[in-house]
Ligand binder design. Structure first.
Ligand code: IVH
Length: 665
């Protein structure tokens, strides 16, 4: 008989599981992170006090158990095959023709899914409980990564319904944000970077210490459901829906296609939109929907005949490193940059690629004259992936001991990968700070680009960002390639920026680790710049998402007399130093709450959110009775179903823009 404590523990576990599912699988949290942490702490305390109720599928076990000596090899229930690839429309049509021939004119459908760029993993369940997890390995035998997989929040430890035993296969991924954050942390710790999210995901899953996996924020998307090593009778689409119902995360961007034309449309659509996804994909997977037809089509030695991977053109190309130079950033960090023989990468000419820091140069083993593979992804600066062949007359690159711009002293702090120019007056640092100050999302001063900033600094017109506010039209009009009109536009834009709200001013200061989001949260919490400047590290951490590292960086900034002087001059220039809270009481959308789902035709999700908030509205992650509108785009998620169920009005992008223009009613 379970005692009341046992019941309490079980209830708490159920509640936490529900919130984990809402947060990690459905992306629709109902409680704050702090509330979740509090529930988790309570469960941990209870389990510590009552060890007799320990259970391997308790949410507390997601933090990572003891490190092991090595991985145990496990045989797969049926081989984990790979897929045949096609690289063009013509090849996809050939595949479709083969399928049609083999099915001898039977009607059939495809399911199109995104091809997630991670590593595959099989997870096994018994009586609704997570049992084990195995990497693909050689396809026949993989490695037991059960303890590591347990730490991945989107791998359910308990599932709803389902047979006594079954297996789900899917992809372990790391999203771009987690990847960038991980590499930034590794830079700071003087460790080598991961080349891409896929390697980072693999490196994070296949570690002997599960607590490392736990810290890496991996995700798992299920895309296959097996019983006794075989797909379950019925259809694949249905199977995906069953997986989602059981509590797995199933990628929402999927479509049933009646023919190859619809399939191609899906492929082309996502080739355009792939950069908007928070994780990387390298193509589309098409699978014949009916399991009976899949059986009829069968397998070749290495891949099913009923599925195909349509791979997107590589955003990689080979070229020669002509030289390696050094850029000095806003914080003084020296970044080595490869100058390349210009090469087309996915339709864009690339002539420079970042090498990040000297450890990365060492890891890559790259020297001037080598032929390298470069990669472009999203908006980020192209990077060197690896050396393809060494140049005959190659020569190594050495990081300079002095700042290449001001000749000042350069230091490499212990446990940091970057060298920094310590001269706060370094013109390169000043130029970068001005560009950052003026950039979009920060002070948003249009017309203040590279060439102009160079001139303003080189001629001594601007020695600090505060000097921008003292600039006169005549001074700017006298510069190269500057007409009277663009000069007065610039001055007007600078003038206008005085009205920017505190979060922007705070982000503009360029305090390390204080980006737009942190600035927003700090402004909401403290309400004024003076309160932030006066706060001790401990007090700063009371703000959401501010940890010791960020807090210390803020304190350090305001300890520096030069920075305090800058702040005073900005105050005199009339910038906004206080904040009336995030919620705008005025604006066309004041008091309205929106939920965004799916991909909008023109606006990115971020842009849509900004516009709504600028008009005084609020954007929430989940649909509830308080939601006024759900804005739905292509491939909407389950939020749309919920909206229908609750009778929340559903609108598209045009209606949203109309609301912003004219308000409701
Ligand atoms: S189905 C027998 N679906 O691509 C069918 N695979 O190149 C096996 N992958 O090993 C795979 N996204 O790691 C399938 N939606 C998806 C996928 C996917 C990514 C990976 C998987 C597989 C590799 C084959």
């Amino acid at each position: 008989m379970p005692s009341p404590i046992g019941e309490q523990i079980e209830k708490l576990r159920q509640e936490i599981r529900r919130h984990e599912h809402l947060y990690y699988v459905l992306d629709q949290p109902e409680i704050s992170d702090a509330e979740y942490d509090a529930l988790m702490r309570r469960l941990q305390d209870l389990e510590r006090e009552h060890p007799e109720y320990a259970s391997p599928d308790s949410p507390t076990r997601r933090v990572g158990g003891k490190p092991r000596e090595g991985f145990v090899k496990v045989e797969h229930s049926s081989p984990m095959l790979s897929l045949d690839n096609v690289f063009s429309e013509g090849e996809l049509r050939d595949f479709d023709r083969r399928v049609r021939d083999l099915l001898r004119g039977q009607a059939f459908r495809y399911v199109a899914e995104l091809k997630l760029d991670g590593l595959s993993m099989a997870v096994r369940y018994e009586n609704g409980r997570f049992q084990s997890a195995i990497t693909r390995g050689d396809g026949r035998i993989g490695e037991d990564v059960t303890e590591n997989a347990r730490t991945i929040r989107s791998v359910p430890l308990r599932v709803k319904g389902g047979p006594e035993r079954f297996e789900a296969r899917g992809e372990v991924i790391m999203d771009r944000t987690a990847f960038e954050r991980l590499n930034a942390e590794r830079d700071q710790q003087g460790l080598s970077r991961f080349a891409n999210p896929r390697n980072a995901a693999a490196g994070s899953l296949r570690v002997l210490d599960p607590s490392i996996t736990a810290s890496r924020r991996l995700g798992f998307f299920a895309y296959l459901r097996l019983e006794d090593g075989r797909p379950v009778d019925g259809g694949h689409w249905e199977s995906l829906e069953t997986l989602a119902r059981m509590g797995f995360k199933v990628n929402p961007h999927r479509r049933r296609c009646r023919d190859v034309e619809e399939l191609l449309a899906f492929c082309q659509e996502w080739e355009k939109k792939r950069e908007d996804l928070p994780y990387e994909i390298d193509g589309v997977v098409a699978k014949v929907d009916s399991v009976a037809q899949q059986q009829r089509l069968g397998f070749t030695a290495k891949a099913p005949r009923w599925a195909i991977a349509y791979k997107y053109a590589a955003r990689q190309a080979e070229t020669e490193v002509l030289d390696i130079g050094v850029q000095v950033g806003r914080t003084g960090a020296l970044t080595p940059v490869a100058r390349l023989k210009p090469v087309l990468v996915g339709g864009v000419t690339v002539s420079r690629a970042t090498l990040h820091n000297e450890d990365e140069i060492q890891r890559l083993g790259v020297e001037i004259g080598d032929t390298v593979l470069v990669e472009r992804s999203g908006d980020v600066i192209p990077k060197v992936v690896r050396v393809v062949s060494q140049g005959a007359a190659r020569r190594p690159f050495r990081m300079p001991e002095q700042c290449p711009v001001c000749g000042g002293r350069v230091v490499r702090e212990e446990a940091e990968a970057a060298r920094r120019c310590v001269n706060t007056n370094c013109p390169a640092r000043l130029k970068e700070s001005i560009l950052h100050f003026a950039s979009r999302g920060v002070m948003n001063i249009d017309g203040l680009g590279d060439a102009l900033v160079d001139q303003l600094v080189d001629r001594g017109l601007v020695r600090s960002v505060a000097d921008l506010y003292a600039l006169k039209v005549e001074q700017v009009a006298g510069l190269e390639r500057m007409a009277q009109k663009s000069a007065s536009n610039l001055i007007r834009n600078i003038d206008k920026s005085r009205k920017n709200s505190l979060p922007r001013v705070l982000a503009a200061l360029g305090i390390r680790f204080v980006g737009e989001r942190t600035a927003q949260l700090l402004a909401e919490h403290f309400g004024s710049l003076d309160a932030i400047a006066a706060a001790a590290a401990g007090d700063l951490q009371a703000a959401e998402e501010v940890g010791p590292k960020v807090a210390e960086s803020i304190c350090e900034f305001f300890r520096e007399p030069r920075n305090c002087e800058l702040v005073e001059r900005l105050r005199e220039a009339g910038l906004q130093f206080s904040y009336q809270g995030r919620r705008k009481e005025s604006g066309k959308l004041a008091g309205l709450t929106f939920v965004l789902t799916g991909t909008l035709p023109n606006l990115t999700r971020e842009e849509a959110k900004e516009r709504i908030e600028a008009a005084g509205g609020k954007v929430s992650g989940s649909v509830s009775g308080k939601t006024n509108y759900v804005v739905a785009g292509g491939d909407p998620g389950s939020k749309l179903d919920k909206a229908r169920k609750l009778g929340v009005p559903i609108i598209g992008e045009p209606e949203l823009l109309e609301l912003i223009r004219s308000g409701p009613g």
